[in-house]
Design a protein around this ligand. Sequence first.
Ligand code: ATP
Ligand code: MG
Length: 613
Amino acid sequence: MKQKIETSRLKSLLGFLKPYRGKLTVGLVAAAIAGAIPGGVAAAVKEFADRSGSGNISGIYVVAGAIVGLYTVLVLLRYMQGTVLAEVSLRVGNDLRRTLYSHLLRMPLTYFDTQRTGNLMSTMTTDVAKLQNAANWVKDSIALPITAVTMSVILVRTSPKLVLITVAVVPLMALAIQQITRRLRALSQTAQGKQAELNALMDETLSSPRVIKAFAAEERELNRFAKVADGAIHAQMRGIRRSALLGPSVDWIGSVAMAVILVIGAQEIALHTSDMQRVTKEAAAAGLLGPARDTWVAARVRGLSIGGFLQFVFAANELSRAIGGMGALRGALLDMFGAVDRIHEEVLDVHPEIADDPDAIELGDVKGALTLEDVTYGYTLETPVLCGVTLDIQPGETVAFVGATGSGKSTLVDLIPRFIDPWTGCVKLDGMDLRKIKQGSLRAVMAIVPQKTVLFAGTIFENIAYGKPGATPDDVELAARAAGAHGFVMSKPDGYATLVGERGAMLSGGQAQRIAIARALVCKPHVLILDEATSALDSGTEAAVQDAIRAGSHDRTTLVVAHRLSTIVDADRIVVMQAGSIVEIGTHDVLVASGGVYARLVESQLRGEGGES
Ligand SMILES: Nc1ncnc2c1ncn2[C@@H]1O[C@H](COP(=O)(O)OP(=O)(O)OP(=O)(O)O)[C@@H](O)[C@H]1O
Ligand SMILES: [Mg+2]
């Protein structure tokens, strides 16, 4: 099992504490002083008992006052350290979440294809919550050792003999702590993994209720949920049982030690009392007086005074509490390191594959010429999805892509906004390699209507305006008209303020598509990509939307992926794809006349759809 933590990761964790050095220092100094205060209390306890034992209680109020004073300081310090460190904790957690979130937002699309959102959510919440406590643990790892050292010094000075017994107990305690915490990290990791699985499952189920109902899979889903949930509880309980064992076992070992100490302590006190009587008599016989007598007596008396014993018990108790605390601290730290590991493995160490080139430039004037030069690409190493694709698209041209499902059309158009980078070859905009252009500026001149329409919960207005921050109602209406959406929007009682529901669920498929088109048009893109953007519309509506899109298309380059011929016949050129390669390019008439793949496609559609197109 991995017990050690890579120092680089620890450093990255401490890096998050860095901005709060000032506050952290205040909190830690307070914690350090608070850690040493029990030492003062122990001394006061000794004074208290010895003075009352000797019958001279004149200074007793001073000692009592000192105890109250020490505890007052302790309480104030604890309050201060508590609030300051809590603030640092909250801010560190917030910073960490921001960093993770911004990292996630920059991740390439392919990352989200392989990661389950539930896992990511769990990392963002549970793991961050664990790290958030870092400030508290740093505090404990300073205060507890200070208490332990102070108490050890007091113990040794009070009674080396009793210390030997205590020392004999320490390895026992350490062994118990080690045995118990040994597997905690692995257990915590398993429990965390199960919890993430549960989150992922809920995320999936709750976001696709339609599928579940359609297949009457409620019972099945519930069983799946119950199984994973049971697994999560089981894993958590194993961790809890183990860590719950820690405090009690340390306490139990401590109590056995205490019993031994009481017995030996009683013998020591008895020895001290009899020695005291004898030596005092001898001092009187020798005619000693005052401080000289006290020193003489102190040097000859063996054993422990009652006060000394009480001080020892107090210090031993504090020491065992500190050691127990350090054991718990170790468990918590291991847990935290598990969280650091996951945060790194799942998010921070995954570098966006598509990063901006250091000398990438901002786009200036864009004409809209697109070039693909011998492009190869695939999602997995074994299977290329695009093989040697070469294509030149003129500014202002409308190019349609057709081909069997899975032939690579969506993949090809994903290259244009640089959602993916080609394995070999290159993609150029106005003759400039896309890798030399800042991604933000590249995407600002393009708009995409993806094959799978995604709307955000919100109003129709918000969804359309998403394409252009700061869009005015006029911009939005213009785009909606061009997308053939204005009519149905106005027929809704709330018009543009109509809520679309979670992922646009309250709109029809065709309505959602038209909103997505409007969202793409609102920013007046130089390059417009429509991937099956009108597939859900009836032929009449589709023709109207096509006309509207075409009307504004002379000053922008348009790429249209479509299965329906009606959508593509008017394109300047048609690109026919087959198994990742371009097999034909030309106008509708030329391709039909040539009698190739496209001609057969047209024929089969005309036959199959009874002449719909
Ligand atoms: N994210 C992905 N991860 C792995 N493989 C993928 C991914 N997306 C697509 N593929 C695979 O790449 C191939 C081409 O897919 P693509 O989506 O480009 O086809 P398409 O021509 O757009 O098909 P359709 O007409 O059905 O939309 C398919 O075999 C598909 O299974
Ligand atoms: Mg596709």
